[in-house]
Design a protein around this ligand. Structure first.
Ligand code: PNW
Length: 485
């Protein structure tokens, strides 16, 4: 493939992986073991009313103590790659560049990577999947601090690259949109800041999400620069950022205002981060709507951020119909709501209900969005780093029924086939696919009620794992699609 250019359509020789994805706080448990420091999620879970079932990640899947068992599980499902995140506060418990390094935390992850490689599984490491060390939040406002946060993240990244040279695939951040919007506008995720007076802690949602997004971009740029200058020449790996984003359909495809709103919705979710990474600037639609509430890149920051992806990490779950609105939106309202989202129109529903209020399956949307990204960013290599679904009331069913997760089997079947078409018919450059997720786990504000796993975890009985039907479906699905020479 001509790097950056549109490759000629082919029969999926590109999909290296059938794999699974994970985040430290959602699976590890053991929040104090081996010297781990507290994170903003440990603190957030203590606030009454923040987590649906009043739970936390304190035990979760107990994965910190079951690495051997989990690696055998991954292997038994035929996956050849595993994405997981590190807990920064296990490596530098207080987080900062002048704080002590915790060798026990490093040793744990070094061994985990060694064991994965031994089992023939390629590790993809996410440096930060939302669980910011709490000490940094208390010390200087964490992600809100434009001077300190990027430097501390750069230092942490350097410590990790040095300690784990065998890992060749790095993701700086998972879903900065969620950290910014859910953490500093909606208030549903840690640290939960919001302008909504019915909730606390109180923040300024008219500005904070855009500042946090900006700081995450600059921190990403710094971590990439360090990797490229100090480690890539000898280690030879690749690095990128993972962004989430839903597909959109204009409510009325004949109405240019709806078409524009559908596009703007993607720009506010994805291009907010991807345009600076690929083009060195924020989208015009955002500047127009947010004015000076959206920070400006200094020349130094722009140079750090532009060109900072070796690949595009894509997390994707759902789609929406989008209808435009007019008027001046309140500044605290994160999208400025110049659009309204719908699940159905004229009796036609975008997809079946799931346990997640924000998720309805629509596989055609996946293909459309892969094409949208490929065209806008000139056919970059894409790794799908998360894709999957919850199932309506799955948690209320008897275990035998949970294990027969037909809707999830169908979700993967239709989504992966849509992805295969984006590659073989549309010429998109998708390199790998990772399902979300290997195990049922701590689903953030939804607690343990919502299950995304291809493996059932019995939280009542010692975290025992039982693969669901979907767990067995992925390997045959990929075998049927990947071209063998
Ligand atoms: C992703 N939304 O999060 C995360 O990367 C995972 O940690 C998470 O478990 C998974 O999706 C399933 O939820 C999202 O409200 C959470 O739009 C919420 C939203 C989007 C992504």
């Amino acid at each position: 493939n001509d790097p950056g250019g549109r490759p000629s359509p082919s029969r999926l020789p590109v999909l290296e992986t059938n794999a699974n994805s994970f985040c430290s706080y959602q699976v590890e448990g053991s929040p104090e073991k081996d010297g781990r420091g507290p994170t903003i999620w440990d603190e957030f879970c203590k606030i009454p009313g923040k987590i649906a079932d009043g739970s936390s990640g304190a035990v979760a899947c107990d994965s910190y103590n079951r690495t051997a068992e989990d690696i055998s599980l991954i292997k038994s499902l035929g996956a050849n790659c595993y994405r997981f995140s590190l807990a920064w506060s296990r490596i530098i418990p207080l987080g900062g560049r002048n704080d002590p390094i915790n060798q026990a935390g490093i040793d744990h992850y070094v061994k985990f990577v060694d064991d994965l490689l031994e089992a023939g599984i390629t590790p993809f490491i996410t440096l930060l999947h939302w669980d910011v060390p709490d000490a940094l939040d208390k010390r200087y406002g964490g992600l809100l601090n434009r001077e300190e946060f990027p430097l501390d993240f750069e230092n942490y990244a350097r410590v990790v690259y040095k300690a784990i040279p065998k890992c060749k695939n790095w993701i700086t951040f998972n879903e900065p949109w969620c950290s910014s919007i859910l953490g500093y506008s909606v208030g549903a995720f840690a640290p939960g800041r919001t302008s909504n007076r019915d909730k606390s802690p109180v923040g300024d949602s008219s500005r904070e999400p855009w500042i946090v997004g900006h700081n995450l971009l600059v921190a990403h740029g710094r971590a990439v620069k360090v990797y490229r200058e100090e480690f890539k020449p000898t280690q030879g790996g690749q690095i990128g950022i993972t962004l989430n984003g839903d597909a959109t359909y204009p409510w009325d495809p004949e109405d240019p205002a709806d078409v524009e709103a559908a596009n703007r919705k993607i720009e506010f979710a994805i291009s907010w981060f991807a345009d600076p990474v690929y083009f060195g600037k924020y989208p015009d639609s955002m500047r127009k709507q947010l004015g000076d509430r959206l920070p400006e890149f200094t020349e130094e920051e722009r140079a750090l951020v532009q060109g900072s992806n070796d690949f595009y990490g894509m997390n994707h779950y759902t789609a929406n119909y989008v209808r435009h609105k007019t008027g001046t939106p309140p500044p605290e309202d994160y999208l400025g709501n110049l659009e309204t989202l719908f699940w159905s129109k004229s009796g036609e529903c975008i997809g079946p209900e799931t346990e997640s209020p924000w998720l309805r399956p629509n596989p055609q949307g996946f293909r459309n969005l892969i094409n949208w990204l490929s065209k806008r960013y000139n056919y970059p290599p894409i790794y799908v780093t998360e894709n999957g679904t919850s199932i309506l009331k799955e948690n209320d069913k008897p275990v035998e029924e949970i294990l027969e997760d037909t809707l999830r089997v169908e979700y993967f079947d239709t989504y992966v086939k849509a992805l295969a078409k984006a590659v073989s018919e549309d010429g998109c450059n998708v390199k790998g696919y990772m399902a979300w997720s290997l195990l049922d786990n701590f689903e953030w504000a939804e607690g343990y009620v919502t299950r995304f796993g291809v493996t059932y975890v019995d939280y009542e009985k010692d975290q025992k794992r039982f693969p669901k039907k979907s767990a067995q479906s992925l390997k045959p699905l990929f075998d049927s699609l990947i071209k063998k020479d």
